[in-house]
Design a protein around this ligand. Sequence first.
Ligand SMILES: Nc1nc2c(ncn2[C@@H]2O[C@H](COP(=O)(O)OP(=O)(O)OP(=O)(O)O)[C@@H](O)[C@H]2O)c(=O)[nH]1
Length: 508
Amino acid sequence: MSQLDHDLHTLANSVAHADDMEALVRPMLKLISRCSGLESVYLTLIDSDKTQQQVWLAENYGELQISEGLKVDWDDTLCKRALDEGRYVVKNVPNCWGSSQAASELKIQTYASVPVHHVHGDQQLLGTLCGASRRGVEIGDEVTELLHLCGELIALQLSRKAHLMHALERATQAEARLNKVELNSQISRQCLEAQSLPSILAKVAELLDQDSSWSAIDAFHTVLQANGDYTLSALNQANDHSIALAERLLRDEHELLQVIIRNQADPLIWADPEEQVLALVVTSDDSVDALLLVYLQQDLAQCQDSKFLLSSTTNSLSLLASRLEDHRRLEAANQVLEHHALHDVLTGLPNRRFLIEKLEDKLSEGERLEVPIYIAFVDLDGFKAINHTHGHDLGDVFLQLFAARLTQVLRGHDLVARYGGDEFVFVGVGSPEDDFKTVQHQLITRIREATSGVYELGPERCEWLDYTGPSVGLIEWQPGDVCDADIAIAKADAAMYEDKKQRRNQLK
Ligand SMILES: Nc1nc2c(ncn2[C@@H]2O[C@H](COP(=O)(O)OP(=O)(O)OP(=O)(O)O)[C@@H](O)[C@H]2O)c(=O)[nH]1
């Protein structure tokens, strides 16, 4: 096989199987040199803004040495002259381009150059395929054709590569976008299910950390104090600098934060524009509930997907904060309602409904623990006369003071409730060793002592009365007795009635 056949075979192989540009181009350079007799054959690349030309691959066979990596200003090159003049081959360079310093320094006699254009789109000039020689070399049409053919093959390969790079870049962008969409839906889902803001904030910061558009995310839970200041707690390993940035924002940007709370401004604001630290402001109805500081790696204006992810995250967190705040208010309102439903407005004591429910519980407990339960029915004596003498309003005050004194008798799990107008019921849990008569005497004495005596009524305490105490009937419920609150109370009421009769008789 002749050398030319061998070169052609190598070239055919490289065109079919070359993995990279070098494997494709080097056999071409060798073949061109062999066919043309040119001392140096090389491929150059030209910057997209056409300022510089660089020798990429070169094959040198004589005195003339063109180095790979050599960079020259495009305007000074022989290639540019050749292109501008539309000449592919110059046989007598000193004559033709006498003014070229490069040509005279390198002592180039013969020069050949074909452009390598992008094959798609704008036909951009990518580089040149060149040959040069100090010896005068006769370049025939076949060699020029070979140069063109190789130039086109290289252009095709470069274009394919550029195309591939472009496709790869778009695929990477699409993947990054998909990741952001997936991240966004994960964050939204977690926010929908969350029951506490601090725990979800830490989780969201962890999820956002997966994205490479930012170098760090610091999450802070904020609580508005009664004096209008915020307290702040870091939910991940935020450093002092980050904490200081968040504190400064809450302290110095009060007005802007108020506008954001009213939904009249973007909740994404700069915590530090120079450092590219963005703050995501999470708000509920009337306060900032959290801050996330995002240390950006790229300009947000250049990446709409990142901006969308951060905006959407802020919205999801703000919706959660509002939902939790609504829930908290509803719970508080329910508690007030429940308290009103089960308590007497005048004295604040549990009411009859509450008493019946609790007494049922206590009786069951007594049954289970095998302990007696004591029920005392307390009925004011002569309350009608108090109302009559001091007026209904001071009668109310008397009832309040009486209820407060009755409460002082309570011990442990005892209960006292306002049963009706001037009637109260006391419930206490006993022990198996109790002697009923002793307990009865002690409890009635305690109730009477606590509630009798001088009562000062009126705003200035200008009116007073000396109260002789209520009638009290106390019964013992024993395990095995009927577990019925109404029956137990009726028995205590009957006992109280006996006491009242006795007290009346004593007064006669
Ligand atoms: N100021 C005031 N009076 C009330 C209230 N609820 C009930 N009363 C009055 O309390 C009185 C209760 O009636 P009685 O138990 O018969 O009055 P009493 O003078 O204590 O009678 P005895 O128990 O027989 O001594 C009635 O006059 C009611 O109008 C209240 O919330 N405030």
